[in-house]
Design a binder for this molecule. Structure first.
Ligand code: ADP
Ligand code: MG
Length: 241
């Protein structure tokens, strides 16, 4: 493992039956780094996130989080260590208010037990993601961009060192994409390393210090946004879509 990485993988393989979704991924994320993870639909991005965060077991390879081997660790333990993710499709608890949606991960992932402290910190998270005014609303009353912010708030409540945002901008307007970008930049400024999985290239280029490209379960390119976007295999993979 790279000693300077907060999160890294070596040789991660994931198979679904006879289909190899990930064929040996090496990955490193520096503390406070901003990395873009791109690739055509079905290239294995979400599967890789699932392996990193423990939603899926990997079939081979190792995953390290800040010097701890987390390869076989339960997802909730990884979350407690500071590894958070947001889902491609927002998954709020529909029956709970916006604030209660933040309180649940505060209690379970961050491990808080004092109710007054939980409520105060939930309000703080809602301010951070720009949803303070929606605190007592139901998730169904939120707009698409607000649901994305709630999803990020739920991830933040676990006080992560690393946040993996899986297509947090899909389906948003240009100005809403900018709102989420600004929010992610603020979170990064506060010390959180971020992996951004995104199809909107404008957002990826603006956000990422480094870009990693997956195609058919393999890493085919890695480098600065400018280098990666002009890489022949990347051009081919995207034009071939
Ligand atoms: P991406 O996020 O890059 O669009 P995914 O990681 O979702 O891609 O999927 C990668 C490949 O693995 C796809 O071919 C997808 O159909 C397959 N896949 C993902 N999850 C499962 C699953 N639970 N069972 C079977 N196949 C899956
Ligand atoms: Mg995906």
């Amino acid at each position: 493992m790279n000693a300077t990485s907060v999160l890294s993988s070596r040789g991660v393989v994931k198979k679904f039956g006879g289909f190899t979704a990930l064929s040996g991924i090496d990955f490193d994320l520096g503390p406070n780094e901003r990395v873009g993870l791109i690739g055509p639909n079905g290239s294995g991005k979400s599967t890789f996130v699932n392996c990193l965060t423990g939603a899926l077991p990997c079939d081979a390879g190792t995953i390290d989080f800040g010097g701890t081997d987390i390869t076989g660790m339960a997802a909730w333990r990884r979350a407690r260590l500071g590894l958070a993710r947001s889902f491609q499709i927002p998954r709020p608890f529909r029956g709970l208010t916006v604030r209660r949606n933040i309180e649940v991960p505060l209690a379970f992932a961050a491990g808080l037990s004092d109710q007054a402290q939980i409520e105060a910190q939930a309000e703080e998270v809602l301010v951070r993601v720009g949803l303070a005014a929606k605190s007592r609303k139901a998730p169904r009353s939120l707009s698409q961009v607000e649901l994305r912010k709630l999803e990020l708030g739920r991830a933040l409540a676990a006080r992560p060192k690393v946040l993996i945002a899986d297509e947090a901008m899909a389906g948003l307007s240009d100005s809403e994409v900018d709102e989420i970008l600004v929010l992610l930049m603020q979170l990064n400024d506060s010390g959180i390393a971020i992996v951004l999985i995104e199809h909107i290239m404008r957002a990826v280029v603006r956000f990422s210090q480094r870009v990693i490209v997956l195609v058919a379960g393999a890493k085919i390119a890695e480098g600065t946004p400018q280098d990666v976007m002009s890489h022949p295999e990347v051009v081919r993979a995207y034009l071939g879509q």
